[in-house]
Design a protein around this ligand. Structure first.
Ligand code: PHE
Length: 457
């Protein structure tokens, strides 16, 4: 596929069914699974969070994924155009996604920068320690030094920009075919090692056995936010990617395999990280640094640990880039399609703006940690909450209302059932998308707003 280009160009199709699935799965599988899922679970009560995550995944995530790619394939347009072509007034939902894209990539690039730094550290053998204190210092020392961390953040955005400028098809699609399975295999190996560490059992229990007393509104809000973030749902990415999906191919297969793959990787990351937290003396609620401090200790406990460490961080970087390009694409295609912008110029300007927005997020780990907005949130946390818990969630809510009620669930089912494909679960999907997703997401969203408001008061 060529880049997501201007409207008067003939739309390219994904080279193959696998191509589409790989690209969409590439967007879904990223730091959300490898980095965020384990630490969110760790900070939100472990099994309780995972249980609610699953509940939301099945009742909200799966139905919305199918809704998004169906809308995209039907209209053959990226998000803004897709909504507009069915109902003019709804184009703003696509616009909301573009705004979300700026914030989410600003924050994502902070962590992407950490990953690049860790690739280099791993290559130079600088991560081989079993000592939580030493590993904590390496991470802490890096994220708090403003010059270096901002430079790496910029480097991550530069890589993202270069890939988007070159068009995402050939190179990335081809590389995905190797990198994604490789990531999967290496995650299995790391998880096995972590699970066989002495004392790992406590971690497995923590991750998989829900402690119902830990469930509160904030756990629920974060679990839903994590579903949206991890599946790349709620900002138009999947609508846009769906628009490149071949008219003849099977939306059901794509709509189920992407969330499944995404979830397997998240669980593997949880199984690699949390048992090790308990076995090796780390802190489950350590927050965003969890993966960066815990996994190097696992590698140090492995045969050929150095090699695994290097491979792992390279694969994380790849997974992060296949997600970040999808975020940047949403922003770029808006300015190219809607504002007639020049693709190269728009991409560069947008990347620079996102970089500038990202600097405060990066600095909030160090010199700007005391600078808070909206009560007690530093910039990084603010971007994180704003995107996962408010913007993506709103986007998901609007998507369900749009597909369920405005465009009409029956029309969507018709699109899914083209070419004689039978959608056996259609009545359930229709019920979920019309009657469950909108009220459920509204309730959680209402509470996200309430959380924000009470934190300012
Ligand atoms: N799903 C990606 C991840 O898990 C993040 C993402 C969110 C990408 C929203 C695109 C849009 O890392």
């Amino acid at each position: 596929m060529d880049s997501i280009n201007g409207k008067n160009q003939k739309r390219d199709k994904w080279g193959s069914k696998l191509g589409f699935i790989l690209a969409a799965a590439g967007s879904a599988v990223g730091l959300g699974n490898l980095w965020k899922f384990p630490y969110s679970a760790g900070a939100n009560g472990g099994g309780a969070f995972v249980m609610i995550y699953f509940l939301f995944l099945i009742t909200i995530g799966f139905p919305l994924m199918l809704a998004a790619i169906t809308l995209g394939r039907k209209t053959q347009l990226s998000a803004v155009g897709a909504y507009r072509s069915i109902k003019k007034k709804w184009a703003f939902v696509g616009g909301l996604g573009v705004i979300c894209g700026f914030f989410i990539l600003a924050m994502y690039s902070t962590v992407g920068g950490w990953v690049i730094y860790y690739v280099i550290k791993a290559l130079t053998g600088g991560l081989s320690s079993k000592d939580p204190q030493v590993l904590g210092k390496i991470f802490g020392g890096f994220i708090t030094s403003p010059g270096i961390s901002v430079a790496y953040q910029g480097l991550f955005l530069l890589l993202t920009l270069l890939i988007v400028l070159k068009g995402i098809s050939s190179g990335i699609e081809r590389a995905s075919k190797i990198m994604m399975p490789a990531l999967f295999v290496i995650m299995v190996i790391i998880a096995i090692r972590a699970l066989t560490l002495e004392g790992a059992y406590e971690g497995i229990k923590f991750l998989l056995v829900p402690d119902f007393s830990k469930i509160n509104m904030s756990v629920i809000v974060n679990a839903l936010g994590q579903v949206f973030f991890s599946l790349s749902i709620g900002m138009g990415v999947m609508v846009t990617y769906g628009s490149y999906f071949d008219r003849e191919s099977n939306l059901l297969e794509a709509g189920t395999s992407i969330p499944m793959l995404d979830t397997i990787v998240a669980i593997l990351a949880g199984l690699a990280t949390l048992p090790a937290v308990f076995a090796l003396g780390f802190e489950a609620s350590a927050g965003p640094g969890l993966m960066f401090v815990t996994l190097p200790a696992v590698f140090s406990n492995m045969a050929f640990g150095n090699v695994f460490c290097i491979l792992f961080f390279i694969l994380v970087l790849f997974a992060a880039l296949t997600s970040s390009i999808s975020m940047l694409e949403v922003c770029v295609s808006y300015f190219v399609d809607e504002k007639n912008g020049d693709r190269i110029k728009s991409s560069i300007i947008i990347a620079i703006v996102i970089f500038m927005m990202g600097v405060p997020a990066t600095l909030s780990m160090g010199p700007w940690s005391d600078l808070t907005i909206l009560g007690n949130l530093n910039f990084f946390d603010f971007y994180d909450k704003l995107t996962s818990n408010i913007l993506l969630t709103s986007g998901g809510l609007l998507l369900s209302i749009f597909v369920g009620w405005v465009w009409g669930a029956d029309k969507a089912i018709e699109e899914i059932e083209r070419n004689g494909i039978k959608f056996k679960l259609a009545p359930i999907w229709k019920f979920l998308i019309k009657f469950i997703v909108p009220p459920a997401v509204s309730i959680v969203l209402f509470n996200s707003f309430k959380e924000v408001i009470t934190s300012i008061m």
